[in-house]
Write a protein that binds this ligand. Structure first.
Ligand code: SAH
Ligand code: DHB
Ligand code: MG
Length: 226
């Protein structure tokens, strides 16, 4: 199958299961449009993937979500909508420009009451969250892949037992297999897999995906008692 076919099947899935007439989907499409108009890179999760994140967060009964890597808030909106009204999503974004667009999108999606958007390097925000005593039920890691080993370690510290951790972009068109790669994203992803397999405090797998965003994959795991 070609990449074109993968995209066509994605479009079919979205047309059937997330129709464009639904105002909820229109808000999400508007967020994507605003991201592109603002010149943000088109590296948001796909609509089908966003809905998967939403469903996973709902299935896990999450009330407190942590996201590392906000971009324009497309995935943030999907996740925020999985929360009860008194739920909270902390989302970490390095770029003030991205964060500004995200804030607008999340406000337009009616999710501002649940939003705790923190601007700056995630590795500075994460220790602050720990000092605040923050504990999360669901964590989505989707920022600079070179730091994924560190993000996994932080996620495990900030997660409650039974929490779900999802990591985006762990396959990168199969480039994850390139042990000689000099790309920090691939090096980070491979170190992430080493750590993910050695770490006894969670049980994880990874699933390859094809679709509108090409060939990639998610790692997903559940946090175990120490
Ligand atoms: N989760 C988003 C996509 C995130 S793209 C979605 O699916 O809609 C990755 C984001 O991580 C970018 O906005 C980038 O600016 C941000 N980022 C990169 N390095 C970071 C860092 N060290 N700390 C926090 N955010 C970072
Ligand atoms: C990139 C980042 C992402 O989070 C993603 O889903 C796809 C691509 C990137 O940095 O190229
Ligand atoms: Mg991603």
């Amino acid at each position: 199958m070609t990449e074109t076919k993968w995209s066509e099947v994605d479009a079919y899935i979205v047309e059937k299961l997330s129709p464009a007439e639904d105002p909820l989907n229109q808000t999400l499409d508007a967020a994507l449009a605003r991201n592109r108009a603002a010149g943000l890179p088109a590296i948001d999760v796909s609509p089908a993937q966003g809905k998967l994140l939403h469903l996973l967060a709902r299935m896990s009964g999450a009330r407190r979500i942590l996201e590392i890597g906000t971009l324009g808030g497309y995935s943030t909106i999907w996740l925020a909508r999985a929360l009860p009204d008194d739920g909270r999503i902390v989302t970490l974004e390095f770029s003030p420009v991205h964060a500004e667009v995200a804030r607008e999108n999340i406000l337009a999606a009616g999710q501002a009451d649940k939003l705790d958007l923190r601007i700056g390097p995630a590795l500075e925000a994460l220790p602050t969250l720990e000092k605040e005593g923050a504990i999360f039920d669901f964590i989505f890691i989707d920022a600079d892949k070179g730091n994924n080993p560190a993000y996994l370690q932080w996620a495990l510290r900030l997660a409650r037992i039974g929490a779900v951790i999802v990591v985006d972009n762990v396959v990168r068109g199969g480039r994850v297999l390139d042990a000689a790669s000099a790309d920090p994203d691939i090096i980070g992803t491979r170190k992430f897999f080493d750590l993910a397999g050695a770490e006894k405090s969670w049980t994880a797998t990874a699933i390859q995906t094809v679709g509108q965003k090409g060939w990639d994959g998610f790692a997903i795991g559940v946090v175990e008692a120490a």
